[in-house]
Design a protein around this ligand. Structure first.
Ligand SMILES: *Cc1c(COP(=O)(O)O)cnc(C)c1O
Length: 386
């Protein structure tokens, strides 16, 4: 029986806590590939570390508990998690993806899985009627992000899962931007939740990892089989780092969001800013839905400067906020989706969904908010066309 009621405690005490043999408060790093067997057909329950490793198992139990699932899986990257989940499907099947899906997920479907006959279709999942109309007989699953990358569009996860189930589809949610601290898709009806744990869960920009969690035991068994069969597992040391990162997720997210709310308000009130995308702003697309399904608006913000500002200059003028791919680390990062994270999406598709060349995406870190706003202000001033 868990000795706690709240997720802040589960982040620290959830999954498998400490080490029974020594009393160590942290799960040891079991840096081993194999395990000695007592005799033929006799073993300790551990046979080979691709199949199972105690450090990874502790992390897998933790993500299952945090997401409200029954089984968790740890992978070498977010895309390895998504690859393994997509391996549930077969030639002739189609995956319906939301129009603002992560660029790497799109590339994986478009340039890898399509070669094996697993196709995809794109639907605007913020429009439930359009989403339902896009379900053809070949569609076997829907894969959505909410808020989605990089326009922070909100999809009603409970409604999409309900429609998916009515049509016999699996509902898969990439919960990278929110983390279970802010949003738990399995509790909203999703069948599979996936993460790039590289981002907020790790939280320190020091590892690449992916996670998945499910509720259904048959689905869990199939994923366990695929995880072992394909072998894109997370190593023991990175599993330890990720457990360590997750312990502070609550305090980090609180500060990320506090800073992001200040930055969104600052950008919204700035005369040089044409548009701000942040699900925590009351007039944002999907604000009410997000409020219902998530704790708050998260810490990702996208915005566009007006024509009197030059974005190339804006990027090079930032001093504290670093220009880099990725997100969710303690340090604030800025990126240019059109040429960085979403460059693998053809320009025509990109522009049709609103990822313009002027779009700027911020991952708000946990620095002092005044320092962040001052950096944005000075870079906006520097980027003014003279
Ligand atoms: C980064 C990211 C991924 C890919 O994860 P990796 O750990 O880089 O493989 C998938 N989905 C989203 C939403 C991401 O931000």
């Amino acid at each position: 029986m868990a000795q706690y009621q709240h997720i802040e405690s589960a982040l620290i005490h959830g999954g498998i806590y400490g080490d029974k043999t020594t009393g160590a408060v942290n799960v040891p790093i079991y840096q081993t590939s194999t395990y000695e067997q007592q005799g033929l057909g006799q073993n300790t329950g551990w046979e080979y570390s691709r199949t199972g490793n105690p450090t990874r198992a502790a992390l897998e139990a933790l993500i299952a508990e945090l997401e409200g699932g029954t089984a968790g899986f740890a992978f070498a990257s977010g895309l390895a998690a998504i690859t393994t989940v997509l391996s549930l499907f077969r030639s002739g099947d189609k995956i319906l993806i939301s129009s603002n899906v992560y660029g790497g997920t799109f590339r994986l479907l478009d340039q890898v899985f399509q070669q094996f006959g697993i196709g995809y279709a794109i639907a605007d999942t913020t429009n439930l009627a359009a989403f339902e109309a896009a379900i053809t007989p070949e569609v076997r699953a829907v894969l959505v992000e909410s808020p989605a990358n990089p326009l922070l569009t909100v999809t009603d996860l409970a409604a999409v899962s309900e429609i998916a189930h009515r049509h016999g589809l699996l509902s898969i949610v990439d919960n990278t931007f929110m983390t279970p601290y802010l949003q738990r898709p399995l509790e909203l009806g999703a069948d599979i939740v996936v993460h790039s744990a590289t981002k907020y869960l790790g939280g320190h920009s020091d590892l690449i990892a992916g996670l998945a969690a499910v509720r259904d035991s048959a689905l869990a068994a199939r994923l366990a089989f695929l995880q072992n069969a394909a072998g894109a597992v997370l190593g023991p040391f990175d599993s330890f780092l990720l457990i360590r990162g997750i312990k502070t997720l609550g305090v980090r997210m609180d500060r990320h969001v506090e800073n992001a709310e200040k930055a969104a308000a600052f950008l919204r009130n700035h005369s040089a800013v044409k548009k701000v995308y942040y699900p925590g702003l009351p007039d944002a697309q999907g604000y009410e839905i997000n409020r219902r399904q998530a704790k708050n608006g998260g810490a990702m913000i996208s915005f566009e400067l007006d024509e009197k500002h030059e974005i190339r200059q804006f990027f090079s003028s930032l001093k504290l906020i670093a220009l880099a791919e990725s997100l969710g680390g303690v340090e604030s990062l800025v990126c240019h989706p059109a040429t960085m994270t979403h460059a693998s999406i053809p320009r025509k598709i990109r522009e049709a969904v609103g990822i313009t060349d002027g779009l700027i995406r911020l991952s708000i870190g946990i620095e002092n908010a005044e320092d962040l706003l001052a950096d944005l202000e000075q870079a906006i001033t520097e980027s003014e066309v003279r």
